[in-house]
Ligand binder design. Structure first.
Ligand SMILES: *Cc1c(COP(=O)(O)O)cnc(C)c1O
Length: 234
């Protein structure tokens, strides 16, 4: 993978367009979140210069350095890593979106810590469908209970669900896991009209995610290139 950011971003956008039309997805329904974890602020600035506005980060303290460095830019910051209780304040004070909410306790903390002068934090509930690789996320039976709590919290705005199925190169297996997530999402949408986001699909399973109804792809490697090392969380 090269790091010609312009070519990479162009390729990703072309793929999204082609796959959207192949799977009969309405134009513009599949949004792109550029996952910039482990890459420095200057790379984000370059990708921003190419028109990308939404960026995703996994590590709170690493993200805060970039958010401060890039405060002159109109970036929409998404936190997509696991939530830790001692980091909820930083998430509430610095991000526009959280994709990985998985507990009532965190929901209440985040809502009370969201500054009053900021709009509510946009929240996706992380759902752990069967065969999921990460241990984060709640199971699909618990989603409705957490959703109704989030809906009533003034500092949060319920936008949808997020999932990270186990890595497999088999597209039928990828589609099966995404299809379960899509079912949970459609069910949630029947109850909450502000729910409009199904966050699923990464570099390795983009096609399956688009086929099954993703509205937000979280793409790192295909844009920024391969990550060198796996960092500690936090
Ligand atoms: C790192 C990460 C991504 C991006 O993964 P790529 O395979 O590099 O596209 C997406 N979502 C989450 C939650 C991640 O941690």
């Amino acid at each position: 993978m090269n790091t010609d950011l312009k070519a990479n971003l162009g390729n990703v956008k072309t793929q999204i367009q082609q796959l959207s039309s192949r799977y009969n997805r309405p134009l513009g329904e599949v949004k792109l979140l550029a996952v910039s974890k482990t890459f420095p602020a200057e790379r984000i600035r370059e990708v921003y210069g190419l028109g990308q506005r939404a960026f995703g980060e996994n590590y709170v303290d690493e993200a805060l350095v970039k958010i401060n460095t890039l405060s002159d830019l109109d970036i929409e910051w998404h936190y997509i890593g696991p939530v830790q209780s001692n980091k909820t304040r930083k998430i509430a004070e610095n991000f526009h979106w959280l994709h990985s909410l998985a507990s009532e306790k965190h929901a209440r903390r985040l809502s009370s810590q969201r500054p009053a002068e900021m709009p509510p934090l946009n929240v996706c509930i992380q759902v752990n469908v069967s065969h999921e690789s990460s241990k984060s996320g709640i199971n699909d039976q618990e989603v409705n209970a957490l959703a109704s709590i989030v809906q009533d919290l003034p500092g949060l705005c319920l936008r949808g669900i997020m999932g990270i199925p186990a890595m497999t190169s088999n597209i039928e297996q990828q589609r099966q896991a995404f299809s379960s997530l899509a079912q949970v999402y459609r069910q949630l949408r029947t109850t909450y009209e502000n729910v409009d986001t199904l966050s699923m699909g990464m570099t390795g399973d983009m096609e399956a995610a688009i086929a099954e109804g993703s509205t937000m792809l979280r793409i790192g490697t295909a844009i920024f290139g391969a990550r060198k090392t796996k960092q500690a969380t936090g």
